[in-house]
Design a protein around this ligand. Structure first.
Ligand SMILES: Cc1ncc(COP(=O)(O)O)c(C=O)c1O
Length: 421
């Protein structure tokens, strides 16, 4: 297919997209305020078509361009794109076990928060380490640094943070703990693209940071993820882990040269195949152009909604933010106070009935998920803060594609419920 044929496709495509957005067909029937809405349009679709029509669908120049732009945006040295945020977590965990220069040994302990996305925990396990569940502070939803000492043993070698819901952890405290106990700092930044701590992007504070570009995230590549880091050797190892363990995509692999082997099939690491496609990277390039507008909307909607909730703060609270941090909210998380005259379930049922989609705070306390009965050794101490989030927390969406009037309608729905009591 040539360029003219592609151009012929654009007008009907444009019309279909416009019609879809006018009639809101992308919104599930049940919800006027769903968790997320599509953030891509014609530009992303054309990028994907362009890759397909030029027969360049597997990882190539668009991926490299997206990685370079992403690294520039985050002001870090390197970015390695993968096919999901979970793969980013997986490679980050495996990067600590480089067979040629392992930093950690099998069985070493890695601290993870008890409220997180599960693939962060599975990644640590699958890389052969023991993820130890650390309690979280229900006021921030993030790891509780005041309790962390109780979880540290001589086997503890790394701290893998999650900046939940786009709210940065206290990274100065994290760094101090890592220095004191000689721990490697990793960051799962899958819910927090754009968030900063002391004006420096979260995800760039330690060994490496993982990002997700799933449909509902700050930008989407349909499915997709990224790992950022500052060490070019680590980036090369991640490139090997991403694609079979081969040298082909590494920037500096000259030491692997071997005259008896074909350099096109030269392997200097173990690895998976978790490469992204060019279609995803093309989406990413166009989404980065939209990111400032998405961030502005997310911040404005969240500020408006959180300010509205202040009058109800005896019953409903929103996460506290470190003074050094600027969140980039992923969603609108809420905690129902223990002494509120309604339960978390009651307000969730009410919101759902009124067209507002809700979710628990991700896994809740992951220790209560059925799979965890097979891993009792990961639960060392009581997780009372995580239990509180488990029982009292919920979140609703925060889509930058919502109409400007959506937050006012949302406030009315909350007021109607809360004034009953
Ligand atoms: C904190 C966190 N980590 C990891 C992931 C995994 O990302 P993905 O869905 O792209 O695999 C998610 C997904 O939502 C997440 O929220």
């Amino acid at each position: 297919m040539n360029l003219q044929n592609i151009t012929d496709l654009i007008d009907p495509l444009k019309e279909t997209l416009e019609k879809a957005s006018r009639s809101n067909t992308q919104k599930p029937q049940k919800y006027w305020y769903p968790l997320s809405l599509a953030t891509y349009g014609l530009e992303e679709i054309l990028e994907a078509l362009d890759s397909m029509c030029s027969f360049r669908t597997s990882m190539w120049q668009k991926t490299a361009a997206f990685e370079a732009q992403f690294a520039r945006l985050l002001n870090c040295g390197e970015a390695v794109m993968v096919n999901s945020g979970s793969s980013a977590d997986l490679l980050l965990a495996f990067s600590l076990r480089n067979p040629t220069a392992p930093l950690l040994e099998a069985g070493d302990e890695v601290l993870v928060p008890a409220v997180t996305w599960p693939t962060q925990v599975w990644s640590v396990m699958m890389a052969g380490f023991k993820p130890i569940l650390v309690d979280v502070d229900p006021n921030t939803l993030n790891i509780d640094f005041n309790k962390i000492d109780a979880f540290i043993t001589e086997k503890t070698k790394a701290l893998f943070l999650v900046h939940l819901m786009g709210n940065p952890c206290d990274l100065k405290q994290a760094q101090a703990i890592c220095e004191k106990h000689n721990l490697i700092l990793l960051e799962d930044t899958c819910e927090s693209l754009g968030a900063t701590y002391e004006n420096k992007h979260v995800g760039t504070w330690g060994w490496g940071g993982s990002f997700s570009f799933f449909f509902s995230h700050h930008i989407t590549t349909m499915e997709g993820g990224m790992i950022v880091c500052n060490d070019p050797k680590l980036a090369d190892h991640l490139r090997a882990l991403r694609a079979h363990g081969w040298t082909r995509d590494q920037h500096n692999h000259s030491q692997a040269y071997n005259p008896t082997l074909d350099s096109r099939y030269l392997f200097n690491s173990w690895g998976f195949n978790v490469r992204p496609t060019e279609l995803q990277a093309g989406f990413g390039l166009r989404q980065l152009e939209r990111l400032p507008q998405f961030e502005e909307r997310r911040a404005r909607y969240a500020t408006q909604f959180f300010a509205f909730l202040e009058k109800w703060q005896a019953w409903l609270t929103v996460p506290q933010v470190c003074p050094e941090a600027t969140p980039c909210w992923f969603a609108l998380p809420l905690m129902v106070a223990k002494n509120a005259p309604f339960t978390r379930e009651e307000i969730a049922v009410y919101l759902e009935k009124n067209g507002v989609e809700t979710r628990p705070i991700v896994t809740g306390n992951i220790a209560h998920q059925p799979i965890m009965q097979h891993f009792p050794e990961l639960i060392k101490e009581e997780l009372t803060g995580a239990d509180k989030v488990h029982k009292q927390g919920l979140y609703i969406g925060l889509s930058p594609m919502q109409e400007e009037t959506a937050m006012t309608r949302l406030e009315e729905i909350f007021d109607n419920f809360l004034t009953i009591y």
